[in-house]
Ligand binder design. Structure first.
Ligand code: FAD
Length: 392
């Protein structure tokens, strides 16, 4: 099928299947993450997710046998463009699609892919990430959570922290130490297991935004099947690093700010405009510069994707995207704050609209962007060593 015919087909499908309410910005209290415990505020969110999943559009480039649509890069771009054109919400989000799914496609056995990928693409299972520990964040390889083999299983003891969505997640992809004698990077295994078992407990942690998006996660004789080790035993660091590259690419964004508030429109609304221009010249200049940087960033990410199409995987360059993209996003919300002034400082009450209250919380949430997935300082170290080849 030609790309034009594909576009026509996709456009028609979207017109027919995307509910009107799914063509509006996602409110802060809605999260189309799926999973066994999914609670959708708006029933259309679930309908939209299911329709896309049936069509393979939740994971457009994944093979059809694993629940994707088997699209090539060009077709996937057309789908993205057509969804942006009608302002369609992303039908399904989460670590399943953006992190463990790609890692499984790369490192999983056929059996592991067949078992886990379709449940990710359909939104049946919500995943969380068990990497960080109270004493192992930036120095992740020093992690201490222990796994000991016992027949067909591993018995796991230890603690993770900052586990996003652990209180809602069905499964966890987890880094555990399986060899305590080996150098720290060589004794780690990457394993998947069910969160719904007696050996796993979680305790939510509250953020400054008022939300509790992450938890402390405790394992006391938790059980994982050996067949759910991804890659080789004691060689999980390789999988872990690659997954971080997927995570950093995702956090960095690089889509030119689509789906995020349009700062220029907000500024026109709150500061006023004359002849279509934002009335405040200094603010106008800052917003224009930011928009140009966004555009250049989006194009750079796209060029890199095209260039690395042969490998189909991100590289250490993902650290550059993570660093720049998160700083851009933080700047975007600072500019919104300059534009909206005290209307973006409300916490509750009738003086503020629901969108204003959402924006306040989103602004506070951006503060975590340069910490999650590895801090900005750690990205700078990786860029220096792995991208620029500078000495230690
Ligand atoms: C919103 C959010 C969600 C998260 N979700 C998850 C999750 O789902 N799963 C998960 O496993 N983890 C998650 N994390 C944890 C995150 O990965 C860690 O917070 C991060 O890696 C930093 O580790 P740390 O908090 O232990 O800080 P530390 O490692 O203790 O760092 C403290 C400070 O020291 C600096 N620093 C440390 N080492 C160096 C160095 N070598 N050079 C220069 N500076 C250095 C850091 O940049 C930082 O400023 C999440 C974090 C946030 C904020």
């Amino acid at each position: 099928m030609s790309i034009d015919a594909f576009r026509t087909e996709v456009r028609g499908w979207l017109e027919e299947n995307c509910p009107e309410t799914m063509r509006t910005p996602m409110p802060a209290d809605e999260y189309p993450g799926g999973g066994r415990r999914a609670a959708f505020k708006n029933p259309d969110t679930e309908i939209w997710m299911r329709r896309c999943a049936d069509k393979g559009f939740t994971a457009p480039t994944w093979p059809r046998e694993y629940g994707g649509a088997g699209l090539d890069a060009m077709q996937a771009q057309v789908l993205r463009q057509e969804m942006q054109r009608i302002k369609a919400r992303t039908p399904l989000v989460g670590m399943g699609l953006s992190m463990i799914g790609p890692a499984l496609l790369e490192f999983g056995t056929d059996e592991q892919k067949a078992e886990h990928l379709p449940k990710i693409a359909s939104g049946a299972i919500w995943w969380c990430q068990g990497y960080s520990e109270p004493n192992s964040g930036s120095d992740l390889a020093s992690l201490q959570t222990r796994a000991v083999a016992d027949g067909d299983e591993y018995v796991i003891n230890g603690q993770k922290i900052w586990t996003s969505g652990a209180d809602k997640a069905d499964w966890i992809f987890c880094l555990v130490r399986t060899d305590t004698q080996a150098p720290k990077h060589n004794g780690i295994t990457f394993i998947l297991f069910d969160m719904d078992q007696p050996g796993v407990s979680v305790k939510p942690i509250k953020l400054i935004s008022g939300l509790s998006p992450f938890c402390e996660t405790f394992f006391e004789d938790a059980r994982a099947l050996r067949k759910n080790v991804i890659g080789r035993v004691n060689e999980g660091w390789t999988v872990a690093k690659r997954l971080l590259q997927y995570e950093r690419t995702m956090i960095g964004g690089g889509d030119g700010g689509s789906g995020r508030p349009n700062v220029a429109s907000v500024a026109r609304e709150y500061v006023g405009s004359s002849g279509g221009k934002i009335a405040d010249a200094v603010l106008r200049d800052e917003i224009t510069t930011h928009a140009m940087d966004d555009r250049a960033f989006g194009l750079t990410v796209r060029r890199n994707l095209e260039e690395s199409r042969s490998t189909q995987a991100p590289s250490f360059v993902s650290s550059m995207f993570k660093l720049y993209g998160t700083e851009q996003n933080k700047k975007r919300y600072e500019l919104l704050l300059k534009s909206m002034g005290s209307q973006m400082l409300g916490w509750e009450g009738e003086a503020f609209s629901a969108e204003e209250l959402d924006t306040t919380r989103a602004w506070l949430r951006t503060k975590a962007n340069s910490i999650e997935g590895g801090t900005s300082e750690v990205q700078l170290n990786i860029i220096a060593k792995r991208v620029l080849g500078l000495p230690d």
